[in-house]
Design a protein around this ligand. Structure first.
Ligand code: 8YV
Length: 323
């Protein structure tokens, strides 16, 4: 008999079809009353396939007493209660390893876009302003100082790329990483004060909520840029809006927001911010690899009892805080 799993939302036509072939899938997003559908579902639900932005809501987790495994498309697992999964012996897998390059590529793109004002310049040309006005000078990124917040796989991939731009690199995080060539700074405020650009590649969730505060933005200062490819929750959005509008920082580039897909109106009116619809891992190649891993984690669990790319242990003494 095929193991019964629950899918929280459509992932891709290919993966949805593969999941349906291998498992007895309860498609939650097609149910009018999802929790009632669970009660009627007959066979116990043993697994979940989900995506990082959706995660597993707490009421759903509580409604699945037989749950054994969660396979998530993505690496930011802040919408899954890892501690309670661990307490219940539920294995949780993310798509670690396969999206770091793509997210780092985008971070570099955003760094260049924000500093060189590429999106703004493009809007300038499209608006027919070139023949009448001069486009203002931008800021060089080569040779500038880059502060990375969270030196996990993505942060390291950003650092390697930035090194090719002769950038000076420092990082902060919960702990110093042994064996890294980049200088560690234990205070985020100090890192921001040193840096020309601050790139966020840190995990979301309670431990990092609002960590880029008004104080951090003030330290980054009027010549500094903030790049966020992590989670919107890491930044105090009201403080960021104030800093962008009032010249407290030079600019920002954001792929993520606190309440996606809603982007606060006030951002839309600002020229000095690049706004993207959470596309860090959004390439055909990376999504194909992520989807293969979502499937492989479930297959591996049901064949061997262990997922291939497990989430870090939330009970570990020093839990990594980086994506
Ligand atoms: C995607 C992400 O947006 O990995 C993450 O944490 O947020 C992104 O890769 C997501 O997984 C798409 O479903």
């Amino acid at each position: 008999m095929k193991p019964r799993i629950l899918q929280t939302g459509a992932l891709s036509p290919g993966l949805d079809a593969q999941l349906a072939e291998e498992f007895d899938v309860l498609r939650l997003w097609e149910c009018d009353t999802p929790l009632a559908a669970l009660a009627d579902s007959g066979a116990p639900v043993r697994g979940i396939a989900t995506s990082a932005p959706v995660g597993v809501p707490d009421d759903l987790l509580a409604a699945l007493p037989d749950l054994e495994v969660i396979s998530c498309r993505g690496v930011g697992l802040d919408r899954i209660d890892l501690a309670s999964c661990r307490a219940r012996g539920i294995q949780v897998a993310g798509t670690f390893g396969v999206l770091s390059d793509c997210v780092a590529d985008l971070a570099l793109g955003l760094m260049i876009d924000a500093a060189r004002r590429i999106s703004e310049a493009e809007r300038f040309v499209r608006a027919g302003r070139w023949s009448r006005e001069k486009f203002p000078l931008a800021t060089r990124i080569s040779g500038q100082r880059l502060g990375i917040v969270g030196l996990g796989q993505i942060g390291q991939a950003v650092a390697r790329r930035a090194a090719a731009f002769d950038m000076e690199i420092r990082y902060t995080g919960r702990m110093e990483k042994i064996g890294q060539p980049w200088a560690y700074e234990d205070s985020l405020v100090e890192l921001a004060a040193w840096a020309d650009m601050l790139v966020l590649t840190v995990l979301g969730g309670a431990s990092t909520e609002g960590m880029v505060s008004a104080e951090v933005l003030e330290a980054l200062g009027p010549r500094g840029y903030l790049i966020n490819v992590a989670r919107g929750s890491v930044v105090d959005e009201a403080a960021l809006l104030g800093a962008l509008a009032g010249g407290g920082i030079a600019g920002a580039a954001l792929d993520v927001f606190a309440d996606e897909p809603h982007v606060p109106e006030a951002f839309l009116a600002l020229e000095n911010v690049v706004l993207l619809p959470h596309i860090g891992s959004g390439t055909k190649e990376t999504r194909r690899d992520m989807e293969a891993l979502v499937l492989r984690n479930l297959q591996s669990y049901f064949r061997t009892g262990a997922v291939v790319t497990p989430a870090p242990d939330p009970g570990a003494e020093r839990v990594p805080q980086s994506l």
